[in-house]
Design a protein around this ligand. Structure first.
Ligand SMILES: CC(C)(COP(=O)(O)OP(=O)(O)OC[C@H]1O[C@@H](n2cnc3c(N)ncnc32)[C@H](O)[C@@H]1OP(=O)(O)O)[C@@H](O)C(=O)NCCC(=O)NCCS
Length: 175
């Protein structure tokens, strides 16, 4: 098992129809401001939780970015909560690139990354369950959610579930 760092995978090009491919790569220090802007753009209407630049800098190892034509168009993070459990966070796409596969590319990358670091399951909190259902995430009730997620990742960090759907994805391994 590795850490929560997203740096252990090489960039992967994911086909994004309409406006060309999106290259997903691990985020670097110089991406912090752009990530912060993307996440906070959607925090205004409550779709993402706001992040300070200091927080993004502190968590940069968890982030990946999607680039099209050299410009960052989307981002997302994989937070490793325990050796088996990860949380997908801060998925955000440039509104100008909405509907062109930039969000899909980042989520697909993070799911592959979670498998690569041998996590068994992923969770997330969202106001748009329909988007994540496309990747196989299932809606669950709080009492079905992993205890460590509720206690440490939510309550322990002063976050609330209120108004959001908890989703769960088991990462089945080939034997
Ligand atoms: C959600 C978000 C990342 C999607 O990014 P995107 O690049 O616009 O989406 P994509 O083009 O990759 O769409 C992939 C698929 O999801 C669908 N989809 C996109 N947004 C959706 C939504 N809000 N609800 C349900 N389905 C959605 C698309 O129609 C597409 O379907 P297809 O595979 O049948 O073509 C983007 O709209 C965004 O930044 N939203 C605000 C922030 C947010 O809500 N983040 C989630 C926090 S948990």
């Amino acid at each position: 098992m590795s850490t929560g760092s997203a740096k252990m995978r090489a960039p992967v090009e994911v086909a994004a129809p309409a406006r060309g491919p999106v290259l997903v790569r691990s985020a670097q220090g110089e991406d912090c401001e752009r990530i912060c802007a993307l996440v906070n753009e959607h925090a205004r209407n409550g779709l993402t939780l706001p992040r300070t630049i200091e927080n993004v800098r502190a968590c940069i190892g968890e982030f990946v970015v999607g680039e099209r034509g050299g410009e960052i168009v989307s981002c997302g993070a994989l937070n490793v909560i325990s050796p088996s459990l990860g949380e997908i966070r801060s998925i955000a796409c440039d509104p100008r690139a909405a509907g062109t596969g930039a969000g899909r590319a980042v989520v697909s990358f993070l799911i592959d990354l979670a498998r690569a670091v041998e996590l068994d399951e992923l969770v997330l909190l969202t106001r748009i369950p329909g988007f994540f259902a496309r990747f196989g995430f299932l809606e669950i009730r709080a009492e079905q959610a992993p205890r460590v997620f509720l206690d440490e990742a939510i309550a322990g960090r002063g976050r609330t579930i209120s108004g959001r759907t908890i989703m769960y994805l088991p990462l089945l391994r080939e034997v």
